[in-house]
Design a protein around this ligand. Structure first.
Ligand SMILES: [Zn+2]
Length: 241
C-alpha cells in the first residue's frame, strides 16, 4: 500500500491540531507523521551524521538539512510505515519545509492538502489555559507529552483513562507559548504563498467552533477533491454529512 494522500494540519498553538489529527486517524485509519517523534527514530542510527541534528534555535527547531534528511528517510527510503493517507501534524513549519514536501509529493505522485486551522487569539488563550496532558497515557522520553488528555468526570484534575494526575504541557508555559505563537504568525504567510506558487490545495478552516463542527468542515473539504486518492476520505464524508 503506497501513500497517495497527505494532509498537513497547520495552525497556531492550542488551535486544536491534535484533536483534528486524532479525528482523521479515527475516521480514516490514517497514520500521523510528527517531526518531533520521527527524529528519534532516525537520529540514533549508526551512520547518521549527528551534526545535522544540532540546533541553537530557541524553540529547538531543526535546520532545513535535517528536515530534508528526515523527509527522504521517512517517505522515499521507506522508514515511515506506508499507509494510504498520512496526516502531517504541525508540518510544514516554513515555506522551505513546504517546498521540500512538494518534492516528495512529486516523487510519490501523491496529493497534499494543507489545512490551516484558524481561531481568534482569545480562543487560543482560553484553550491554552484549559489544556492538560497525561504523562502516564503518553509516556514521553523528552518529558513533553502533548496530546490532549481527557479530564475525569468526577475529578477534572485527574485523567479519565488512567486516573493519573494531569498537568500542563511545558511548552504551554506563557513565555514559550507566546514564542511559538509569534513564530507561527511570522511563518504562515510564506507557507500560504509557497502553497499557492506550488499549486498545493490550501484550505482555511474556522476552528473556533466545537471540535465536531470543525471536523465536519474538514471532512467535506478533503472529501471533494474528485480523484481516486480521495476514497478513504470520501467514505468519511458520507458518515458526517
Ligand atoms: Zn492517563
Amino acid at each position: 500500500v503506497s501513500t497517495t494522500r497527505f494532509v498537513a494540519v497547520l495552525g497556531p498553538p492550542a488551535v486544536g491540531k491534535s484533536t483534528v489529527t486524532a479525528s482523521l486517524v479515527a475516521r480514516t485509519g490514517a497514520r500521523v507523521f510528527r517531526l518531533r517523534e520521527f527524529v528519534r527514530c532516525v537520529r540514533n542510527k549508526p551512520d547518521v551524521n549527528q551534526r545535522l541534528f544540532t540546533t541553537d534555535d530557541p524553540l529547538g527547531w531543526l535546520g532545513d538539512g535535517a528536515v530534508a534528511f528526515m523527509l527522504q528517510a521517512a517517505f522515499l527510503d521507506g522508514q515511515f510505515p506506508e499507509s494510504p493517507t498520512v496526516v502531517l501534524e504541525n508540518f510544514p513549519g516554513s515555506d522551505v519545509q513546504a517546498r521540500l514536501l512538494a518534492i516528495i509529493m512529486d516523487r510519490l505522485a501523491a496529493r497534499l492538502d494543507l489545512v490551516e486551522l484558524v481561531a481568534p487569539q482569545d480562543v487560543l488563550m482560553a484553550r491554552r489555559r484549559m489544556r492538560r496532558v497525561c504523562s502516564t497515557c503518553e509516556p514521553d522520553p523528552l518529558g513533553d507529552p502533548h496530546r490532549p488528555a481527557r479530564p475525569g468526570r468526577c475529578d477534572p484534575a485527574r485523567c479519565r483513562d488512567c486516573g493519573g494526575e494531569l498537568r500542563r504541557r511545558p511548552s504551554d508555559h506563557p513565555v514559550r507559548f507566546a514564542a511559538r505563537l509569534s513564530r507561527f504568525h511570522e511563518r504562515i504567510p510564506a507557507i500560504r504563498a509557497a502553497a499557492e506558487e506550488l499549486a498545493l490545495p490550501f484550505h482555511t478552516v474556522d476552528a473556533s467552533t466545537d471540535a465536531a463542527t470543525c471536523f465536519r468542515h474538514i471532512a467535506k473539504l478533503l472529501g471533494s477533491c474528485g480523484t481516486s486518492a480521495c476514497s478513504p476520505l470520501l467514505a468519511l464524508t458520507k458518515g458526517v454529512t
